[in-house]
Design a protein around this ligand. Sequence first.
Ligand SMILES: [Zn+2]
Length: 431
Amino acid sequence: MNASTQSPAGIVSALQRASDQRIWLKVGRLFDGHQSRGACHLVLDRQAILHVGSAPPPLLVRPGQISPDLDLPAHTLLPGLIEAHAHLFLEGGELDPTRRASYLKLPREELLARAEPRLERLLRLGIVAVRDAGDRDGIGLALQRRNESAQRGAMPHIESPGAAIHHQGRYGSFMATPLEAQGGIEAAVAARVAEGARHIKLLATGIINFEKGTVTAKPQMPSEELLRAVAAARSHGRQTMVHCSGNDGVANCIGARVDTLEHGFFIDAEQLARLRDLDIAWVPTFAPVQFQLDHAGELGWSSTVRDNLRRILDAHAARLCEAARLGVKLIAGSDAGSHGVPHGHGFLRELELMEQAGLSAERVLRSATGESSDRLHLAEPSGRLAPGKRARFLLTNAPVLDSVRHLRAPSIVFFDGEVFTGGDDASRPGL
Ligand SMILES: [Zn+2]
């Protein structure tokens, strides 16, 4: 090995050799999706990771090879990130309310054409998998099909629920279709599965009323209905991803043993313990509410609303720390596509907010990689550095295990033999 091998261009060209051969890396720090280690070896080819740990046995490396292709003592290697709650059909970075409203009226082909360029940008930010959270027009399903095709191009792995399921006249018509139109909850679930849904998205409640500082509407799905939805989803081998905020709604979700509780604002400490006991994972989605507070002036919010937002976010942060202490499964998802939450950059913001709430950088990274991967059972297994997992990872010389804000520094992203550098320009519109 010579010094030029260590230059950024040298690192990239060494990694690119994995397109047709095994390569052997040694890095100064490695986060495997659950925990960090010091100096560590990794052997991989374009398909998969073959070895993680101490110096690999000779059978695993190329004939005659006696030292790593890359020895990077100042670099950290970590699994590619999993964004577990994003609406790929929406443009979260579009802040103007009128333009947001007219965006929703665009024809399906146009929505799809605008969503597609987001995919490579997500990959460049280190996001290797996205669990979509639903849209009415089949945009997520179309992207999922592109993912499965031979001409997938540069894109993260995508899993979509198709349209979310809600009740006629209740919250969510922009992303859901009503179960009343489909003859009941079991039929609605079966219809989603027939369309290709990888998970079932349910809208169990409305959203927070910022003026009142609470969830004012009654839950839209009672516990029995959620129970039937969960049973129906499981009978098709699907998990349930359930939008829910407010204490009553959370109680219904717990009663139904949903797979992942999305948002979960106003959850209480006792309910957190029930999540842990019943193995329900929590996706807290700070970013859209934090945006409302950070931009309260432009949004015209009164001082009462600002106080409400601050109180809601402070309580949510305290609950997140309590959940981590109790051992609740935590999964990172930003609700990208929501007002003020651009895809990709909004996810990095979500990770920063989880850290600011009081979690360590490693705990946050676990929720964006290993814990998410273990729970979501993605069809293409990523999010962990372990033999048999896909070779999809980030290589960076920024101290990301000390603070997730260093994920903003462009990483080298390795995805099945392809190498991406340079990150993504946040000021470019479209996300
Ligand atoms: Zn959402």
